[in-house]
Design a protein. Sequence first.
Length: 260
Amino acid sequence: MSAVEIPTAPRKPGDGVRLFGFTVGYVNMPVAFFLSGEPGEVRAPVTAFLIDHPKGLVLFDTGLGPRFARPKGTEPDSFIDLEQGDTIDQRLHAIGVDPVEIRWIIVSHLHTDHAGGNSYFPNATIIVQESEYHHAFHNVAEDPIYEISEYDLGQPFLKIRGEHDLFGDGTIVIFPTLGHTPGHQSAKVQTDGGDIILTGDCCSLKRSLDEFRLPDNCYNADQFMESLKLLSSLERKGARVFPSHDPKFWATIPKSVPIG
């Protein structure tokens, strides 16, 4: 099935890029994992996006993958909650998109809640910052949030350095937002309703950006703060910034229909 055949929202003549958002599980975390020193717990959505471009279908992140999927009706894990049927391949099937038609996967980074579903897309090329690729394949022995079996799958990697305009038309521009990991990246998507920034874990909660708050632990705090300043600059210029794990923000975003 091509990008022009999504049955729930058929493409009209002149349509540009369309963005679809999906919930692909939840993680139960201390708030301090996102905002340093903050008390309490949060049930944070895991998010992924389909970018329907006239030249092909693109994913931004793939969420939690099959190793976490539990049968419907069974008790969730205390940390991760992903029911069968809620994985990204099933979310796409529900709107008529065959996973084999996904051409590109932009991974913000290779943590398990952002790259866990890569295996569902055998024909996709994975777009990653070169520094993230090197770290994820060579330096993560003591970091349990990386699971190499979820991304070392034989799929081709496009390893980039810095900013990358995917189709050369300014509609999907990938750019580094370092700090959470050595090669974290975000993407600016140009929709008919304006620019949307898909942040990954550069901005997990809206308060992260509003208050310039870092998490308790990050790979490089100085880089992380510079990335938040970059997002703030883009926001001031009119872009909509989408935090990746904010339950209140995510409740306002329509799912499985075009955004923007």
